[in-house]
Design a protein around this ligand. Sequence first.
Ligand code: PA5
Length: 446
Amino acid sequence: MAVTLDSRYVEGFIREHELGAMQASVTSAHEMLHAKSGLGNDFLGWLDLPTAYDKDEFARIKAAAARIQADTDVFIAIGIGGSYLGARAAIEFLKSPYYNNKSKNTPDVYFAGNSISSAALNDLLSLCEGKRVSINVISKSGTTTEPAIAFRVLRAYLEKTVGAEEAKKRIYVTTDRARGTLKALADREGYETFVVPDDVGGRFSVLTAVGLLPIAVAGCDIDALMQGAAKAQAELANPDLQTNDCYRYAALRSILHRKGRAVELMVSYEPCWQLMSEWWKQLYGESEGKDGKGLFPASAIFSTDLHSLGQFVQDGSNILFETAVMIDKAPSELVIEEDPENVDGLNFLTGRPMSFVNEKAFEGTVLAHADGGTPTLVLHVPAADEASLGYMIYFLEKACAISGYMLGVNPFDQPGVESYKKNMFALLGKPGYEAQKEALEARLGR
Ligand code: PA5
């Protein structure tokens, strides 16, 4: 289940001694993290989470998931950012991007409250018609506008369709242990609640109830997920760059960044990884992108995007490096059969699994991109299973924290996320924002 890093395709771009030169700053970041003495040290709950999680709540999550599987056709997880990406990514990776369309004995799982689109919410409401619906509203702060609006609409829908008493049994709340309007509402109405621990920030919260309840509802093995993360926690606790692939990944991306690579493009050759890349983009973008610094995290699916972004990666300005996530065991296999007429000229592939063709696409691409001036780091994930995913989640979280400390930022805050919210509230006329409203409207020419 262990994730490994193959750095051979950056060899022409980074000299051996450059990596060695990073050891001191990696060790210092490691010590800061483990001694809990660095910036944002009140948000380090994720570090020990794979072993120190709340076992009683974990049992309640499994019990709630079993109940939901028995009484629900459509399960809606309401949340945004760290309160939805991890769960959605895990379900798409472990089950399928087509999970909802598959024949199965678990509920369809939809995600709401991650935009302010009435079309998206209306579509979801129409999918609920005639179905047994349950809702999990997830918000650490309990005040985020997007999920609050979606919850208001979906709660009213549920109360109207099944009645207020039955709705109470179908609403699950994941929020702060004690604070916030959502917690107060849940206590008043008697909704079952789960906790986002105080010391775990949104984007580091997938292995708490935030991610675990929707993931378990979809029929994934959350015990195996935590076991994979626990293995990573044990194996990635040594600062030695020669043996710790997580830290080597952090160090190499930092070296490439210092050499002028401003963009890290996470690529995968399996479409089921697409949402994991979205999760990674939030994790790294919000953790590193501050104080005028940071790598811009972008993503692509190959070979799909070799027919779009591929031209730029091969031949455009050398602003990026790639991090390829390779799933060593294809999630499922298909063997290419012989065509008696060989109209497409592909009979030389007869008997070959598609994973073999995909592997050659990767090998050809990584060499072509190196020739074009784009280096690639390769992360190997053994399989699309829970244990490997748990390991990878922890690996990427820890590499992110080490990277942030090496960059000299607080990897655990997100001050930039507030700016748009303040402007939006002012423009919407929220009480208390009168002065800002006037100033912003003047800038908009109103
Ligand atoms: O990483 C973060 O903290 C953010 O992206 C949050 O997850 C996101 O803003 C949602 O916040 P909340 O869970 O408070 O609704």
